[in-house]
Design a protein around this ligand. Structure first.
Ligand SMILES: Nc1ncnc2c1ncn2[C@@H]1O[C@H](COP(=O)(O)OP(=O)(O)OP(=O)(O)O)[C@@H](O)[C@H]1O
Ligand SMILES: [Mg+2]
Length: 256
């Protein structure tokens, strides 16, 4: 039976899709049979993020309408065995898909998979509900900015009304040099404000914004391990800026 995990967060652009795609790809590379399901019906982009957009033949609405079987709609990733993408798009507003319908589709697939990640849209309205209701666990993604943390807090409050066995936090886009200079909230501070266990820390890294995730970043490898084992192993974004050479690196970054 797959663990069905929604990746959500409230605020737009904090990295929900990036974290869902990277984490799913990393687990798949470790041999876990994994699906990433796009529940962002308005601005769906998991297919583009994972580079499979040209292979998409069916989407969730087609399964719900009986035009294909659930397994037929899964797009296998060309480079990563065990990784499948279930797409959504709202080309036609009449083709409404409910939370219950998504849940039924995912449950029908769950026997043959280890992980199903649901990529949630931004916001805390109906799209949020549609993404969260089918899940049994949640990962809240936030950026280390006050506005993102405030929106994440609202999302966390609403998540309490769902029957989720686990809700944990990933802080994405951390900048070690800013954490050390006190200009950015540290992941620990954010976790304590949100009262969530910290599952992962992902740095701001250009490679993460352009990758197809076939080579997992160290922070994502640690996140995948934490999720799998339940024992947190956290990436330290400040490490390269600590010590003598680190302070030179920090000074150089400042002068740029
Ligand atoms: N750790 C990171 N380092 C660098 N760039 C990142 C990182 N995480 C995300 N990005 C970039 O930030 C942008 C927004 O990321 P993403 O689409 O994952 O956010 P989102 O929360 O899913 O947004 P939305 O709310 O619109 O669905 C993308 O261009 C992505 O490549
Ligand atoms: Mg997204």
């Amino acid at each position: 039976m797959a663990r069905i995990i929604v990746v959500t967060g409230g605020k737009g652009g904090v990295g929900k899709t990036t974290v869902a795609a990277a984490l799913a790809a990393c687990l798949a590379k470790k041999g876990e049979r994994t699906i990433v399901c796009d529940a962002d019906f308005g601005l769906n982009n998991i297919d583009v993020t994972l580079g499979v957009e040209k292979q998409v033949a069916y989407e969730i609405a087609d399964i719900v309408e009986g035009k294909c079987r659930a397994k037929q709609a899964l797009v296998p990733h060309p480079k990563i065995p065990n990784l499948f993408v279930l797409c959504s798009k709202r080309s036609d507003l009449q083709r409404y898909v409910s939370a219950q319908q998504i849940k039924a589709v995912l449950e029908s697939l769950s026997q043959e998979f280890d992980y199903i990640f649901i990529d949630s849209p931004a916001g805390i309205d109906e799209g949020f509900h549609r993404a969260v209701a089918p899940a049994s666990e949640a990962i809240v993604v936030t950026a280390p900015h006050i506005s993102a943390v405030r929106d994440a807090d609202k999302a966390v409050t609403i998540l309490k009304s769902y029957e989720l066995s686990k809700v944990s936090l990933v802080v994405n886009g951390c900048r070690g040099e800013l954490i050390l200079s006190g200009e950015e909230l540290s992941p620990d501070q954010i976790a304590s404000v949100l009262k969530l266990p910290l599952l992962g820390i992902v740095p701001y890294e250009y490679s993460l914004s352009v990758s197809d995730f076939s080579v997992p970043h160290k922070s994502i490898r640690l996140l995948a391990e934490s999720l799998k084992t339940g024992k947190e192993k956290l990436y330290d974004p400040t490490r390269q800026y600590s010590g003598f050479f680190g302070s030179i690196k920090r000074a150089l970054k400042r002068s740029l």
